[in-house]
Design a protein around this ligand. Structure first.
Ligand SMILES: [Zn+2]
Length: 273
């Protein structure tokens, strides 16, 4: 499996019907579109908090976890309102996660400031298969080195379809000075909500899970993995108007952790087993 295949995935080629010129028109707009994305199933009653159909609300399984590394999502404007977007799962679990809207011309002002902040060591997550930026490519050891220097590694994940992510990488001059970290993983996608071009195309949450795990944040990776699985199962079941009952083993594990987290003095999320 090549890094090219494993790094990105949104694979949502089949679901996105917007062409590039329309995408650019949106990108030039100062804010994301206000309208909701009209995806399949948009007539369904959704939970205000987790955006899932109320039939399989995700809220009882939302567990927080702490990580040393951070994830900053650079989200394509057309991705923001898609209920199948998995980038938001990362923010649900890891509260330090930052979400920025991608603009072609200039970075989000807060992102621009953070990129200059010496506490952070940001990495752009992107495949390493093209020669013109080979001098910027680093391995996961650079993440461990940043931690050893008491700095905070940051995974900047380009959140969009593969095609959008490539445009974001190529057309954002403010990312040009950053090291490029390709994800090396043998994991095959478990994402069921969009048709992947390849099993090696991981969705955004899966990319974060693998990076966190490889970077040593195994507890956060495990919690996010569970939460992603529950999201994936719940959403897929909802499309069939099926309520998952009784809860799966993963649901039960998260619900138990969530109950533990709400007890006074509990140190934080952890695996029950
Ligand atoms: Zn909910």
């Amino acid at each position: 499996m090549s890094a090219f295949d494993s790094s990105f995935g949104k694979s949502s080629v089949g679901e996105s019907s917007v062409n590039d010129s329309a995408a650019d028109a949106v990108v030039e707009h100062p804010r994301p579109p206000r309208r909701e994305f009209k995806a399949r199933g948009s007539f369904v009653t959704r939970c205000d908090h987790c955006q899932l159909p109320v039939l399989n609300c995700l809220c009882p399984y939302q567990v927080k976890a702490e990580s040393h590394a951070q994830v900053w999502l650079l989200t394509h404007p057309l991705e923001h309102f898609k209920p199948t977007n998995t980038g938001r799962l990362i923010r649900d679990v890891i509260t330090t996660t930052q979400v920025f809207t991608w603009y072609r011309v200039a970075p989000d002002a807060q992102l621009a400031a953070l990129l200059k902040d010496p506490r952070y060591v940001p990495f752009v997550i992107f495949p390493d298969d093209q020669p013109d930026y080979a001098d910027r490519v680093v391995g996961i050891d650079a993440v461990h080195a940043a931690k050893a220097q008491a700095r905070i590694p940051v995974f900047i994940i380009l959140d969009g379809t593969w095609r959008q992510a490539r445009r974001m990488f190529r057309k954002s001059a403010y990312l040009d000075g950053l090291p490029v970290l390709p994800l090396k993983s043998e994991r095959e996608t478990r994402y069921r909500l969009r048709k992947p071009a390849s099993k090696a195309h991981l969705c955004t949450a899966e990319v974060a899970i693998e990076l966190l795990r490889q970077g040593g944040d195994t507890v956060a990776a495990d919690v996010l993995d569970d939460y992603f699985e529950v999201f994936n199962d719940s959403y897929a079941a909802s499309r069939l108007h099926h309520k998952i009952d009784p809860p799966t083993a993963t649901m039960q594990r998260l619900a138990k952790q969530r109950a533990g987290d709400s007890e006074p003095g509990h140190p934080g999320a952890h695996r029950g087993a």
